[in-house]
Design a protein. Structure first.
Length: 276
């Protein structure tokens, strides 16, 4: 993977965040512009685009066809990008626990990511697949089964949820497989007293990071303008010696490319205070 100006982390961005979208839709596959985003990401010196499977099945998403996957491979090779991570938002609107069709969809997603040689897949356990105390035991079983399937293809499953570190650590320990979690700086910020402590306590169970900022009302905002203390984030990342991936899951702003440039410079400046 190419170096991002000697930065300590591999930098990516969620698919769709480099191009304008319908007003009010933050998470959105860029049907018309998905090809162009690979060149934009390369020009920004990003390492990868985090591929997206939407909450409603989109047959036009290139991950679902052989020709589409070949196009993704071609665009990544042409633009010196890796196929690194992918997220299936489908389970947010379709229960992973109570709907067999959803499980089969996820299995197809794993197979599709294998054909792309994708390294990490993210399960956002939110919405209709929300992880909570009442279904904790059920998730241990199903995640163990899905990880067994993913491991066949050398793919790592990453769980993203709104529960705090003690339950995440317990879940990962109980599954007993190489499953890890996504730490999202925005999702947890209004739920915990210390983001530093949350990262430090998760430690080696963090396999991936989503960067975003939030206001007190939980609205996403420009990095550095909300309640996330990014100095504490990067101080904690240094403590646990985290040197993996960071993905921008940030608002597009008026100009998505300029916003991304700002975001890159922002976190590089903050992190440099702890790594120089």
């Amino acid at each position: 993977m190419k170096s991002a100006d000697n930065f300590n982390y591999e930098l990516g961005i969620v698919q769709g965040r480099l191009t304008p979208t319908e007003k009010g839709k933050l998470q959105n596959f860029p049907n018309e512009n998905w090809r162009e985003e690979f060149l934009m990401a390369s020009n920004l010196n990003l390492n990868f685009i985090e591929l997206l499977s939407e909450t409603i099945h989109n047959p036009n998403n290139p991950i679902w066809s052989s020709s589409g996957r070949e196009k993704i491979k071609y665009l990544c090779e042409k633009n010196n990008l890796q196929i690194y991570s992918a997220c299936t938002d489908y389970i947010i609107e379709n229960s992973l626990l109570s709907d067999e069709k959803t499980v089969n969809y996820v299995l197809d997603f794993i197979k599709s990511m294998n054909k792309l040689n994708c390294k990490k897949i993210i399960f956002p356990l939110m919405g209709k697949s929300d992880l909570n105390s009442s279904n904790f035991e059920d998730y241990i079983s199903i995640l163990r089964d899905l990880q067994i399937e993913a491991t066949k293809f050398h793919i790592e499953i990453l769980i993203e949820s709104l529960v705090e570190h003690n339950n995440i650590n317990k879940l990962i320990e109980r599954i007993g497989s190489p499953i890890k979690c996504v730490f999202d700086t925005g999702n947890i910020i209004n739920k915990v007293d210390s983001i530093y402590d949350e990262i430090a306590n998760l430690d080696f169970n963090i396999g991936h990071i989503h960067i975003k900022d939030k206001l007190k009302d939980n609205t996403s905002c420009l990095l550095g303008t909300g309640v996330v203390n990014f100095s504490e984030v990067f101080r904690a990342l240094k403590k646990i010696n985290y040197k993996k991936s960071i993905v921008f899951e940030t608002p597009r702003g008026v100009d998505p490319v300029k916003t991304c440039k700002y975001n890159i410079n922002f976190i590089k400046f903050i992190s440099s205070q702890y790594y120089e």
